[in-house]
Design a binder for this molecule. Sequence first.
Ligand code: FAD
Length: 306
Amino acid sequence: MDFEIKLNDIFGKDNVRLQESMAEHTSFRIGGPADYYVTPQDPESLAQGIALCVEENVPYYIVGNGTNLLIADRGFRGVIFQILRTMDSITCREEDGVLLLFAQAGALLSRAARTVAEKGYAGFEFAAGIPGTIGGAVMMNAGAYGGEIGDHLLYVDVLDEKGQTLRLTLPELAFGYRRSIVMDKGYIVLDVCMSFEKGDPDAVMQRVEELSGKRKSSQPLDYPSAGSTFKRPEGYFAGKLIQDCGLKGLTVGGAQVSEKHAGFVINIGGATAADVRELIRQVQERVKDQFGVLLEPEIRMIGEFE
Ligand SMILES: Cc1cc2nc3c(=O)[nH]c(=O)nc-3n(C[C@H](O)[C@H](O)[C@H](O)COP(=O)(O)OP(=O)(O)OC[C@H]3O[C@@H](n4cnc5c(N)ncnc54)[C@H](O)[C@@H]3O)c2cc1C
């Protein structure tokens, strides 16, 4: 049977599109077509879809909210599964002064963080302004302002490439700076359980607003981007190194080193993935020459680049 028909059988015709422009699904607004673009509605069909790809030797990739991705101009040969706005339930249970948060991978991190804050529990305020999903955040060990998603996780349920569900506890997740076992093993995050301690409700909401204000004043949120382009090199700040090289405003095609925050590459209009890659290369070269530091991209690049 034709691969497309098999996908339709598993996911329903409405959830399978062909030659879908991935520019529509990334915060950079960049990316060529995916051969197949699938929006799974539940973990069972997702597991079947992964098993089909493995059986038929078709490459696949998981996308959350596409806020940390650079997808090639020629797109992706295979299946993109986007887990966003489906598989997105958030529920809470209060137990002995602790809030247990159960969230599915497709839920927005910002919604989960606000849910916790509105109930007067502390510790998730840092995540209220990060635009990714729970799944993407676990995979990347997303963090900001001294907090990381790993700080409050009790366990994560994942799907392995054999279609089996595993429950990983915090030590098994092997979190490091912007990395996790999910990244190393290619697992797919299905849902998480997190815990938070009671806080002062007013102070918690105030902190959410304060951090949101900090983001608005320091980050180029008016332009499409994928957040911080580079990881923080040990002992330095990427943005400061780039700024000190005089690279603010450096432009290749439609891609530019933000004038507002040198750690962000932004799309000032019509940028291609090739523009962003070339700009990244030039920034890396200049920073290496001047400071001897190799900047490693934080954004994930996928698809047919060469
Ligand atoms: C304006 C802006 C500000 C940002 N600020 C921050 C910040 O403060 N801190 C920070 O850490 N990041 C920040 N980011 C980057 C980004 O939001 C995070 O990395 C986020 O965790 C990515 O989530 P996502 O759902 O968008 O993942 P995507 O970009 O869709 O994917 C990122 C990676 O996660 C994988 N992935 C996605 N979902 C799953 C899943 N269910 N299971 C397994 N793997 C999955 C993908 O395969 C990919 O490798 C920012 C981005 C923007 C645009």
